[in-house]
Design a protein around this ligand. Structure first.
Ligand SMILES: [Zn+2]
Length: 271
């Protein structure tokens, strides 16, 4: 029987998607319109809920994939004429095929209607709103999350970016449903970190303090307590999101204070 937390990595362009997410976060000014569509105009307030398994990072990856899908569709016109389009395998077809998601090709889908560019748009729209596309996105988001979640430096920049937008939000711009999540300074209230999130961070950081590398597993030294730290502190408009967590020992956590946003870029080699 398959364990429920086991999933298949197809690695189909996973690094490409991860790299685009990273590129956007590294150079936010070049992608300002892109980012604005995602969390501009108060939309970020929908992401303030505490510790959702479908994290803020999942939402971001989904947004990036949707945008790439739209852009790749627009690229076909008017470069290809209608006959070429008819036999063309779109990016989405290749991707669905790679992941073994059965779906109708354009030729399967259209019947005897006269061919037109509109029909191809309709087909791509049909795919966009189909369950095939939802299944595909779920797979791609999970794979991309798997890669990016390992990269604490990326997570820090990602969370700095969101916290910067959150800081600029006036309280009244926040969705009313979210105001109960905020303190009187408009920052997020501290919430209990659910055990699934603690476990994930503990295993990702291999049960060691990410700063001083002290063992926190209780196997080598039973007196070392572990702390799950907010990379961007709540006091600096950090989020209660799994992408904003790291493992620290008690000493490093208490000496970090509430102003710093440091992450360690040191990792233990596999061997
Ligand atoms: Zn430490």
């Amino acid at each position: 029987m398959k364990e429920k937390n086991i999933f298949k990595m197809d690695y189909y362009k996973t690094y490409y998607f991860s790299n685009i997410c990273n590129e956007i976060i590294e150079n936010p000014l070049n992608y300002i319109r892109h980012l604005d569509e995602f969390w501009g105009n108060g939309q970020i307030s929908y992401l303030l809920n505490s510790f959702q398994k479908y994290s803020v990072l999942h939402h971001f990856i989904e947004h990036v994939i949707d945008r790439l899908f739209c852009e790749s569709n627009n690229n076909y016109f008017p470069k290809l004429n209608i006959e070429e389009l008819q036999n063309h395998k779109f990016w989405i077809n290749d991707t669905l095929n790679y992941h073994d998601i059965k779906h109708p090709s354009f030729n399967d889908w259209y019947s005897s209607e006269p061919l037109s560019e509109d029909l191809i748009f309709e087909y791509l729209e049909f795919i966009e709103y189909s369950d095939f596309y939802l299944d595909l996105k779920e797979q791609m988001i999970e794979e991309t999350f798997f890669i990016l979640f390992m990269n604490r430096n990326f997570l820090r920049k990602f969370n700095l970016n969101i916290s910067g937008i959150f800081r600029m939000l006036e309280n009244d711009e926040c969705n009313n449903d979210a105001t109960y999540l905020l303190n009187d300074k408009g920052k997020l209230l501290r919430k209990n970190i659910p055990s699934w999130a603690k476990k994930a961070v503990f295993f990702r950081d291999r049960g060691t303090c990410t700063y001083c590398k002290k063992d926190l597993s209780g196997l080598i030294n039973i007196s070392n307590n572990y702390h799950i730290d907010h990379i961007i502190p709540l006091a600096k408009y950090g989020f209660n999101d799994i992408s904003n967590l790291q493992l620290l020992c008690e000493f490093c956590n208490t000496s970090k204070g509430s102003r710093h946003t440091n992450v360690s870029n040191e990792y233990e080699k596999w061997y």
